[in-house]
Design a protein around this ligand. Structure first.
Ligand SMILES: Cc1ncc(COP(=O)(O)O)c(C=O)c1O
Length: 376
């Protein structure tokens, strides 16, 4: 089977986890602190706060901004469902924005129109707490455009950088364009801790709040322990952080291999019925996924194509989720097909091809041949 994703786990990773387990110190200790320092150094910010996964990271980022019932957060329509769920879990309303057809990232023109409408009355303007662009599949959103629009009304940006550790735009790292950024270390990302997440920020107060919120509301500096707010247990374990440290050392290598594999796919797909993804000028894409578009005529057969490919030992997957038309968000807010026409088209035709560090050009050739044969 040519798998969709294979994490790059090697002997040093196994040893590091073993050593952490053998130490007897299993939860949020020196390895977590060291992992946080490594991520902060890479992004170039003073604070990185490790949490159990990126969904927790996004949840805490919004809570730290005091997102609460009655508020509004503006978010791309096309992402993994947690980007919208966390808004709803804070009691706020996600206002969705359609995406760009080529990069699958939030469309800045639509974002501007959405914010103009929301900010046009004082009553609705005071409810707008954050904008959440997503760096879809590892390519950064047009953050110059997003920042320009958000600066006009001084709205905080929370980057959903779940897929984008190591990505950059115009030489500036993902995580450096916002009030806070959230990263994932799920096994389908370039590097993994099994489950794992991180919030990064320049802001001392927000970092402190997130450190308290992830640990039952405990003041991170108080001794004896004191609890200054109701909080969660969203901590990372020491053995996950030990893995995070060995994985961080491989990040550049893994991203390099994924970029080379993406270039192989670009070549294989050129002139075929499958449309390769487009990279923006100035974007350093990290290819968390390589997502091509099926021709519109094959959209209704995607499930069949995925099953057929699996029967031929090639694992593929749909891209990500058209969040507004999932059962929950459709039922709650009445979204329907046609409200987000670009997301409708992308979500119906996106197909993720196998991509991981050790995939060979021959395996990629087989994967493309199998999919093209099924597309017909
Ligand atoms: C864009 C995006 N946001 C958030 C998440 C949630 O990350 P996690 O699985 O670490 O909670 C994911 C996970 O795939 C994602 O792709």
């Amino acid at each position: 089977m040519i798998r969709l994703a294979v994490p790059s786990i090697e002997e040093d990773d196994l040893l590091a986890v073993r050593e952490a387990l053998a130490s007897g110190h299993l939860v949020q200790g020196p390895r977590v602190a060291a992992f946080e320092r490594e991520v902060a150094k890479l992004i170039g910010v003073p604070h990185a706060v490790a949490v159990s996964n990126c969904t927790c990271a996004l949840h805490l980022a919004l809570l730290a901004l005091d997102v609460k019932p009655g508020d509004v957060c503006v978010v791309t329509a096309y992402s993994w469902i947690s980007t919208a769920n966390v808004i709803e879990l804070c009691g706020a309303r996600p206002v969705f924005v359609d995406v760009d057809p080529e990069t699958f990232n939030i469309d800045v023109g639509h974002l501007e129109k959405t914010l103009e409408a929301l900010m046009s009355s004082a009553e609705s303007a005071r409810r707008v707490k954050a904008v959440l662009p997503v760096h879809t599949f590892g390519q950064m959103a047009d953050m110059r455009g997003v920042s320009d629009v958000c600066e006009r009304w001084d709205i905080p940006i929370v980057e959903d950088a779940a897929c984008a550790l190591g990505a950059a735009l115009h030489g500036r790292q993902a995580g450096r364009w916002s009030t806070m950024a959230c990263f994932s270390f799920h096994p389908r990302k370039a590097i993994t801790t099994g489950e794992g997440g991180m919030v990064t920020t320049n802001d001392d107060t927000l970092a402190r709040r997130i450190r308290a919120l992830r640990n039952h509301g405990q003041d991170p500096d108080a001794s004896p322990p004191d609890f200054v707010m109701p909080g969660y247990n969203y901590r990372l374990t020491e053995f996950q952080a030990a893995l995070g440290l060995t994985q961080m050392a491989k990040l550049e290598r893994v991203i390099g291999a994924r970029r080379r594999a993406a270039a192989v796919y670009d070549g294989l797909l050129a002139g075929t019925a499958l449309q390769p993804p487009r990279t923006l000028a100035g974007a350093d894409h990290v290819y968390q996924s390589y997502v091509a578009l099926l021709p519109a005529r094959a959209a209704g057969r995607r499930r069949e194509i995925i099953a057929g490919a699996k029967a031929a030992d090639v694992e593929t997957q749909l891209g990500t989720i058209h969040m507004p038309v999932t059962t929950f968000f459709r039922g709650r807010y009445g979204h329907r097909a046609g409200d987000f026409p670009v997301t409708d088209a992308v979500a119906a035709t996106a197909l993720a091809l196998p991509l991981y560090e050790s995939i060979t050009p021959e395996e990629q050739c087989t994967a493309v041949d199998v999919v093209l044969g099924l597309v017909g």
